[in-house]
Design a protein around this ligand. Structure first.
Ligand code: NAD
Ligand code: UFG
Length: 341
């Protein structure tokens, strides 16, 4: 298949590009490089050993998207593009609604014009809000607690309505809605990975930068949660396992119509301190940390029930915590050698 990856130069998109290309698909990246760099394309080509097409553009440019979809004879779209920093979404809601919600509307308009009806959407565990029970299954209520989470939920509702518009007619829309838990790690080559701008907000890139000596110490946000060691528990998923989940979702859509939601997580939670110690083992370096008060908006624990993806997508995670830390460390040392992040 010919597959367009919006936001394909970003963290999850670039890893998914490798998996799809290695599975025999032709991948086209479409990105405005607002949170990535064009240099990732060369590094992807080095991993793949073949040319990769990348187009610079904004998802809100419906005209450009429509012509790309037609000219590249795209069969399916994976929609990664958007803004993703939870805290920033409260500071810049208009930018978030524009990139995320307006971006999704523009993409669907372009797809309809080009008569392409197959899409995989990057949603987030953020749509669930504070867990009412654990593990979180797909039927858990959706009560997002910040503008970013509300953007994701609104796009999900838009996609549901789009699928619903087929009812009573010949079905056209094939939609996989993937709710990611906490993606971490990097490709085994160490040539691509998460490259946050400025000081990282998320735990793993922060820990990696402490391990490499770029940041002095980690602030652990709270050790008084009702968890085994008091620090927050999350469902960390290796980005290559997540990337494989997109391939499985595309395969699923070969035979399924309508709107289909799947959690992509491991089902296993790790605490902040467990992550710190695993990273110390992977890097061989001590990670200095200091316990701080809780971060506003954080929850104690969040982890997935991932049975639906196993049963229906025939997908499960294959990489463990050691793989996540070892690959993230390889990527961090590569970045450091370039002075890149
Ligand atoms: P990322 O920022 O690394 O990648 C997103 C890419 O989209 C970037 O390359 C950016 O330049 C591009 N982009 C942003 N706005 C655009 C626009 N208007 N037009 C075209 N390109 C645009 O983020 P990521 O971690 O790879 O996340 C990919 C998707 O997965 C996002 O939709 C994100 O919300 C979602 N997600 C991420 C996480 C996570 O923790 N990383 C968790 C759940 C969901
Ligand atoms: N944490 C620290 N110190 C830090 C950063 C994080 O102690 O410097 C802790 C947090 O308090 C939390 C855990 O590490 O307990 C994970 O925090 P992250 O910021 O890495 O991840 P979140 O679970 O808060 O959120 C992430 C993404 C969201 C996504 C969500 C999906 O940022 O976009 O995972 O579960 F929606």
């Amino acid at each position: 298949m010919n597959i367009l990856l919006t936001g394909g130069a970003g963290y999850i998109g670039s890893h998914t590009a490798v998996v799809l290309a290695q599975a025999g698909h032709r991948v086209v990246l479409y990105d405005n490089y607002s949170n990535s760099k064009p240099t990732v394309v060369q590094r992807l080509q080095n991993i793949l050993g073949e040319p990769l097409k990348a187009i610079e553009g904004d998802v809100r440019d419906t005209e450009l998207l429509t012509s790309v979809l037609k000219e590249e004879q795209i069969d399916a779209v994976i929609h990664f593009a958007g803004l993703k920093a939870v805290g920033e979404s409260s500071q810049k809601p208009i930018a978030y609604y524009s990139a995320n919600v307006q971006g999704a509307i523009s993409l669907l308009q372009a797809m309809e014009r080009a008569q392409i009806y197959r899409i995989v959407f990057s949603s987030s565990a953020c749509v669930y809000g504070d867990p009412q029970y654990l593990p979180i299954d797909e039927a858990h209520p959706t009560v997002p607690t910040n503008p970013y989470g509300r953007n994701k939920l609104q796009i999900e509702q838009l996609l549901q309505d789009v699928a619903q518009s087929d009812v009573g007619k010949q079905a056209r829309w094939q939609i996989a809605n993937l709710r990611y838990f906490n993606p971490v790690g990097a490709h085994v080559s160490g040539l691509i990975g998460e490259d946050p701008q400025g000081i990282p907000n998320n735990l793993m890139p922060f820990v990696a930068q402490v391990a490499v000596g770029k940041l002095p110490q980690l602030q652990v946000f709270g050790n008084d949660y009702p968890t085994p060691d008091g620090t927050g528990v999350r469902d960390y998923i290796h980005v290559m396992d997540l990337a494989q989940g997109h391939l499985a979702a595309l395969d699923y859509l070969n035979e399924h119509y309508g709107f289909n939601t799947f959690n992509l997580g491991t089902g296993q939670g790790y605490s902040v301190l467990q992550m710190v110690h695993a990273f110390e083992r992977a890097s061989g370096n001590t990670i200095a940390y200091q316990i701080q008060g809780r971060r506003a908006g954080d929850i104690a624990s969040c982890y997935a029930k991932a049975d639906k993806a196993l049963q229906e997508l025939h997908w499960h995670t294959e990489r463990n915590l050691e793989d996540m830390c070892a690959s993230a460390w390889k990527w961090q040392t590569y970045c450091n050698s370039l002075g890149a992040n």
